[in-house]
Design a protein around this ligand. Structure first.
Ligand code: ADP
Ligand code: MG
Ligand code: MG
Length: 256
């Protein structure tokens, strides 16, 4: 059982001129293995800032609060250490890794995280199995990471990583964006498989309620202007689908 604990997290984005623009104004959240939490909010509310801050992106400065994974100080860790500690961050805009094949990338990542290379005898089968479950062509393993990947291929590749790396906590930022209905279903089933093994907690960040028809969250947190403004169960997502974010924006102002 693992717990990601975020306490009163305050974050500013570093502007090119060196100024700091406050984005997160005190976020509290606790995610345990086997749970699925959805963070939902309008564009510009700071959802990606939360994901990037936990990932250790250098563009963001933590100005207050704590993030711990099973009591360990995540904010003191390097990006690599965070991954080895069991944090998985699938980014909204995955980067290209020129000259590195999917197969090599995954093997290197698995080796880095486990501290030893996966057994050759079983690794090939695991990789093929994970790709098959996401309905990917085996030839995909020889392509360079994210080079010319379609939106759907990027997302499937993320979920293959998720299945193979078996993180303690997975943070998925807008995994649903740009997916057609079939890809959304396949990707969602992958997330559900990982969640259902019980060892991984999922923090699903999304603007739309669509993906929540396939991935049932245990908890929904509404995020507006850098704060969680309402929390509830899955029924809260249905309410958002019907009513949108307007009524929060009216009270809280937007993040602009
Ligand atoms: P979301 O993921 O909810 O759409 P983001 O975390 O991407 O929101 O952005 C939160 C806020 O931070 C937005 O108002 C955005 O304009 C601002 N922001 C992010 N990066 C920069 C930047 N480099 N310069 C100025 N503002 C930024
Ligand atoms: Mg956005
Ligand atoms: Mg975002």
């Amino acid at each position: 059982m693992s717990t990601l604990e975020i306490r009163d997290l305050k974050v500013s984005v570093k502007l090119p001129e060196g100024e700091l623009k406050p984005i997160l104004h005190g976020v509290d959240l606790e995610v345990k293995s086997g749970q699925t939490h959805a963070i939902m909010g309008p564009n510009g509310s700071g959802k990606s800032t939360l994901a990037y801050s936990i990932a250790g992106h250098p563009k963001y400065e933590i100005t207050g609060g704590t993030v711990t994974l099973d009591g360990e100080d995540v904010l003191a860790m390097t990006v690599d250490e965070r991954a080895r500690a069991g944090l998985f961050l699938a980014m909204q805009y995955p980067v290209e890794v020129p000259g590195v094949s999917v197969a090599n990338f995954l093997r290197t990542a698995k080796t880095a995280i486990d501290g030893e290379a996966p057994k050759l005898r079983t690794w090939g089968g695991e990789l093929r199995g994970a790709m098959e479950r996401l309905q990917m062509d085996p030839a995909f393993a020889q392509r360079n990471v994210n080079e010319g990947f379609s939106g759907g291929e990027k997302k499937r590749h993320e979920i293959v990583q998720l299945e193979l790396l078996k993180p303690k906590i997975a943070i998925l930022d807008e995994t649903d964006s740009g997916l057609d209905v079939d890809a959304l279903r396949v990707v969602s089933e992958g997330v559900n498989r990982v969640r259902d093994n019980g060892d991984t907690g999922v923090l699903l960040i999304t603007h739309y309620t669509r993906i929540l028809r396939y991935i049932k969250p245990d908890f929904v947190h509404v995020f507006v202007a850098g704060r969680i403004v309402e929390q509830g169960g899955p029924e809260l997502a249905d309410k958002l689908e019907a009513e949108g974010y307007e009524r929060y924006a009216a009270g809280a102002g937007t993040a602009k």
